[in-house]
Design a protein around this ligand. Structure first.
Ligand code: UDP
Length: 467
């Protein structure tokens, strides 16, 4: 890990200017926002984090930040992540008034340094108009891939061309306007939300276009075409400064306790022998799917480290029940945890592959450690990330038939034991080397971060200066 905590590139002006950051309270969004906060703090800015009660960060871990808590109005049963769009819509409604009050009070504090801008997750679509009303510039932070942003942006086009709603007979067809997506990869999210989620996504995209800039946790060498297209389609300055966890690790903002036993167990395993299996913090499966996953892993005969978090199996907050005979079949060949120190796991020499849900943080963390992937996307951006990992970057094997034990077993063998896996590993290793370079002085992310800090420092009290 590089020590970017020591300031190498100082912003020229406004060194103690305050920045207000507003993370979405989900694990995959909190981690990169806290990393961004640490990076900007290391560049000389004062960091204020406004956060909800739901999944609130542990203040004691960040004595160098100022935290402001706002009531999110969620009732206990509304904090479920089983239907993420409903949760996010509710938060966007409930937080308007408390966020406005909090921002007003921060901006009116004449004794403190002025606030340069708001940095809000793109999902907080309500914040743009509100910040505008205070004449405060907003830079949005997209915590997932650039390719998935473009795919969400193209949803109206996908409707117009007849790809949506998806029909079973068309799932394998190519989306000619958005290669290499197939119809099945279009990033839909199942939800009980009234009127569907498209309206929300369109609103979000409009608000992104109204922002003063967009920050990506990605890097130019991975998504150069997509970065250029975003600049064209959205017409705002773009800053690809990732992978952010190269500067500050994700572990500090983990909402669940990471089990160190995983590392002790890995210490006893052979080099590159273990397949790490984790589907992130939100994905859910039913008991039949859990059984397919379990038997696919068991039948592959490969050592494994498997994260079964409470809630992975629908309606079970406690650890899911493994199928009868599974533990006997694997005969000590594996280790199961509720939550792992993932970044450390991926960096461990015993890890040979990562079977992932293709969440963006997981994908980046895997690339950074040169670990090849098996991709099982569940919903939304994961579908696009997985398709790009399989078809464009060629650093993963996508399971094309859902969760079926035969295909799982075969994919694990292909990745861990066959020539194909070796070639995939070589490609991901080459990307890892590019990352190692891009965050160093002169590298693309390093330069983009320097442009970002200069850009923020150039903001006058009344608004952004054009780049
Ligand atoms: N993570 C972790 N322990 C685990 C599984 C995941 O610390 O056992 C972390 C992982 O390192 C990543 C985040 O949780 O930073 C998951 O983010 P991602 O975007 O991959 O998926 P999401 O949870 O948002 O679906």
């Amino acid at each position: 890990m590089e020590d970017h905590g020591k300031v190498k590139h100082q912003a020229k002006r406004g060194l103690s200017r305050r920045l207000v950051l507003f993370p979405v309270p989900l694990q995959g969004h909190i981690n990169p926002m806290i990393q961004l906060a640490n990076i900007l703090h290391s560049k000389g800015f004062s960091i204020i984090i406004i956060h909800t009660k739901f999944n609130s960060p542990d203040h004691s871990k960040y004595p160098h930040f100022t935290f402001h808590f706002i009531p999110d109005g969620l009732l206990e049963h509304e904090t479920s992540t089983s239907d993420v769009p409903i949760l996010l819509k509710q938060l966007n409604l409930n937080c308007v008034s408390p966020f406005r009050d909090c921002l007003a009070s921060l901006l009116s504090d004449a004794n403190d340094e002025p606030v340069a801008c708001l940095i809000a997750d793109t999902i907080w679509y309500f914040t743009q108009d509100l910040a505008d009303s205070f004449k405060l510039p907003t830079i949005v932070f997209r915590t997932t891939s650039i390719c998935s942003l473009l795919a969400f942006h193209a949803l109206p086009l996908f409707h117009e061309k007849g790809y949506l709603p998806k029909e079973d007979s068309q799932l394998q067809l190519p989306v000619t306007e958005f290669p290499p997506l197939k119809v099945k990869d279009i990033p839909v999210i199942k939800s009980q939300i009234q009127g569907g989620i498209d309206r929300l996504i369109i609103t979000m995209m409009e608000k992104v276009k109204a922002a003063s800039g967009i920050i990506f946790n990605s890097f130019k060498e991975l998504e150069e075409l997509e970065l250029t297209k975003t600049s064209q389609d959205f017409g705002i300055p773009t800053f690809a400064i990732g992978p952010l966890h190269k500067y500050f690790p994700a572990s500090s903002s983990s909402l669940m306790k990471q089990e160190r036993g995983a590392i002790l167990w890995l210490d006893k395993q052979a080099l590159k022998s273990v397949i790490y299996v984790s589907f992130g913090s939100i994905a859910e499966m039913d008991e039949t799917q859990l059984s397919e996953v379990a038997w696919g892993i068991a039948n592959s005969m490969q050592p494994f480290l498997w994260v079964i978090r409470p809630g992975l199996v629908q309606n079970s907050q406690e650890l899911a029940r493994l199928p009868n005979g599974f533990l006997e079949a694997v005969d000590g060949r594996g280790y199961i945890v509720k939550w792992a120190p993932q970044q450390e796991v991926l960096a461990h020499p015993a890890i040979g592959g990562f079977w992932t849900h293709s969440g963006w943080n997981s994908t980046l963390e895997s690339i950074c450690e040169g670990v090849p992937m098996i991709c099982s996307p569940f919903f939304g951006d994961q579908m696009v990330n997985a398709r790009f990992a399989n078809d464009v970057w060629k650093i993963g094997i996508q399971l094309e038939k859902g969760l079926a034990r035969g295909e799982i077993e075969r994919a694990i063998r292909r990745l861990m034991a066959e020539k194909e896996g070796k070639e995939i590993r070589e490609r991901v290793m080459s990307l890892k080397e590019k990352i190692d370079f891009c965050v160093k002085e002169g590298g693309s992310s390093y330069q983009s971060l320097a442009s970002l800090t200069d850009y923020i420092s150039s903001f006058s009290i009344s608004g952004p200066v054009s780049q």
